[in-house]
Write a protein that binds this ligand. Sequence first.
Ligand SMILES: Cc1cc2nc3c(=O)[nH]c(=O)nc-3n(C[C@H](O)[C@H](O)[C@H](O)COP(=O)(O)O)c2cc1C
Length: 396
Amino acid sequence: MAPAKNSDLLICHDQTIAPYGVIHKFGLCESVLDSEARVTPHHSGAQFLRRPLLEGWVNFPVALAPMVGLSHVALRLLVRRYLPVGARTLWPTEMLSSWRLPKEDLGATAETLMAEGGEDDLVPQILGNEEEPIRQSVQKLAAWGARGVDINMGCPVKKALKHNYGVALMGDQAYAAEVVRMTVKHSPIPVSVKLRAGLQNDQEFLLRFVRGLEEAGAAWITLHPRIGHMKRRGAADWSQVRLVREALGIPVIGNGDVQCVEDVFSLNEVSGCDAVMVGRALAARPWLLWQVGEALGFSPPPGFAGQRAPHTPFEEGAEYGRALIYFIDLLAKYFDFEAGAKRFRFHVRMTGGWLEWGQNLYSIGCKAKDYVELRAESERFFASPQKMYARTQLRE
Ligand SMILES: Cc1cc2nc3c(=O)[nH]c(=O)nc-3n(C[C@H](O)[C@H](O)[C@H](O)COP(=O)(O)O)c2cc1C
């Protein structure tokens, strides 16, 4: 039986005016695929960074999201490759445990590997709820060169719920604010929080909660507008980003379901967010940074001078292939084959959905015996033209 094509799952945005502004809904639609809309971003009203991040150091409004197993050094370097010349933004690590960090040798674990030559723009994310481990962790991270530190209040796994960290902190407003206060007290660098919309749907609660974080000293917050039990299912409700942005005086970064350049500008329009954080789609189409930069008048990334960012489905499919080969080379540089192949498989599992036949990449990652084979088979796959969709169904 022929495998299902991802084109069976295409979706696009339908915007409806609602009491809180424009609510985004997802509906079945194939026409977006080849439409001019992909080539002409609607950025006329874009107003990013109205509230400065890192005292104005950040001058580019899109950042990679922290993602366990994905936002390691190789992915960061892949995405950085497409950062326009002169653009500066925030960069995550994978989530780091504040209980383990004090005992770890930073740079020696897979999660804290830094790019050769250094990365002076990291905002590592920590998981924690106890003062002493947090104190030691932030001081260690600051000494390591981090520009800021982010507190995770979004992780919905059972262990986090049981031990009262991650999204569980959203169950106790006063204590969550206390965690921010203790972190700020010990941190020589700015402290931000990445959170969900709560444990249940309650906008009054969300507003009280974020005001508490602001009062406790959070420098900015990133909102992933889903409640805890949704994990990453269901649509992110961008109107909540607007609510929170209007309620606070600190910068607010919007996140969730941004899949393509159009979505970056739509989220900004809908919410007034100061910047947009992108997870899965930026792993899939790292040149999204180039596309956004192009729309905002930045120069192309280093090495792409005089070129336009890929935009059509086949241009993007071909770029996915080139990016994947570059990614394999980065994996080979930073990880032994076993660790690298594991990361390759996870990467294509999370990103292959944007490609018509992307599911086949996973088996390439299973069969390859070494990096040479992984590279050769990936090149063979992309020798025939591949089509990449603007949007796909986000299932994980
Ligand atoms: C594999 C995976 C791991 C994630 N790990 C983290 C994490 O460690 N910390 C965090 O705050 N969010 C984590 N997230 C959530 C993302 O940062 C982001 O909020 C979410 O994926 C929605 O954004 P997106 O639709 O752009 O992917 C993870 C997401 C994925 C897909």
